[in-house]
Design a protein around this ligand. Structure first.
Ligand SMILES: NC(=O)c1ccc[n+]([C@@H]2O[C@H](COP(=O)([O-])OP(=O)(O)OC[C@H]3O[C@@H](n4cnc5c(N)ncnc54)[C@H](OP(=O)(O)O)[C@@H]3O)[C@@H](O)[C@H]2O)c1
Length: 302
């Protein structure tokens, strides 16, 4: 079995190098702020085409970096190519310490669907497309995205993951990650090549990965929940609203703060197309929740 790139011994905890809530986490050699930014919402509707307000999208990216965020999540399939090109336009040449994390494994069709594309040629093409559109010679971290729009699906990842590991050995990728995967696929990947993060659907109301979060934490591997705010269907729960009302904040603040409390290996990548929401989310994620409220919130998705 291969050793994971980040081990519990070398891992990471909060350091005082950022004032963002949650501090930092180190994935392999990449130290990132636990409060990151997910760029998917910067496209047009349906994650397709350019945004209605391109200058606004560029402003969100620049503000994220100005506020100290060092982890931006993207994919060349967003748009397609739209978010990567916006990231390049807004931020290239990239400041030291900024890590843009991408994913491969799906492309877009003319209807806006997300067909899987995991043959070796597909993955090579996707890596080169990310390199070109982000304007870099190597990618910091590439997640192999499995499953489909319905979520993770069973089946071996070996062929696709070995292909990605080969592209890493060619020097095109620094670190590997997994996305939209089952616990069995995570275990299978461990026998093939080290990975530094798992990015799956998880939030206050969707807790199917609770065990996986804890197992990865024990091994020093990051868990990056996508849809931390519920994605296209904002989180709704009377308990969540009641807790938020007690602190005088919006439910989104509680949802983000809860994730940071949940486990030190959780990295946030909330998406927004609004500078005001970005700032609000940073403030909100810093909310100190009482033990009693953490227990109440914990019960929501169980
Ligand atoms: N690996 C995968 O398969 C996968 C799948 C989906 C997503 N992802 C990644 O995960 C990231 C996060 O997911 P996501 O952006 O789809 O969902 P999300 O972070 O759960 O929620 C984003 C939505 O919440 C809204 N929002 C954010 N802050 C708000 C605020 N303070 N007040 C009101 N509304 C607010 C946004 O609208 P506004 O624009 O109006 O703020 C947007 O509609 C994505 O950006 C992407 O990078 C990965």
């Amino acid at each position: 079995m291969t050793t994971p790139a980040g081990t519990a011994a070398s891992a990471p905890a909060s350091t005082p190098t950022t004032t963002l809530p949650g501090g930092t986490w180190t994935m392999g050699g990449l130290t990132v702020t636990r409060f990151g930014y997910g760029a998917m919402q910067l496209t047009g509707p349906g994650v397709t085409g350019p945004p209605a307000d391109p200058d606004g999208a560029l402003a969100v990216l620049r503000e994220a970096v100005r506020l100290g965020i060092t982890h931006i999540d993207t994919a060349d399939a967003y748009g397609p190519h739209v978010t990567n090109r916006l990231i390049r336009e807004a931020l290239h040449p990239y400041p030291d310490g900024l890590h843009v994390v991408t994913k491969v494994g799906a492309v877009r069709d003319a209807q806006g669907g997300w067909p899987v594309a995991r043959e070796p040629d597909d993955l090579r093409r996707a890596v080169h497309s990310n390199l070109e559109n982000l304007g870099v010679e190597s990618l910091d971290l590439v997640n192999l995205r499995l499953g489909d729009a319905e979520g993770p699906q069973p089946g071996s990842l070996a062929r696709a993951y070995e292909t990605l590991a080969g592209l890493q050995q060619e020097g095109l990728i620094r670190h590997l990650g997994l996305s939209n995967v089952t616990a069995e696929q995570v275990a299978e990947a461990e026998g093939i090549a080290p990975f530094v993060c798992v990015q799956n659907l998880y939030n206050l109301a969707h807790r199917g990965d609770d065990d996986l979060v804890d197992r990865l934490a024990a091994r020093g591997i990051a868990y990056v929940p996508f849809f931390p705010l519920g994605g296209f269907s904002p989180l709704q729960s009377s308990e969540l609203s009641a807790v938020a009302a007690r602190y005088g904040v919006r439910p989104m603040a509680v949802a983000l703060a809860w994730l940071l409390h949940r486990s030190p290996n959780i990295l946030l990548i909330p998406g927004t197309s609004s500078v005001a929401h970005l700032r609000e989310n940073i403030t909100g994620a810093g909310l100190a929740l009482s033990g009693q409220d953490l227990t109440r919130l914990d019960a929501i998705g169980r």
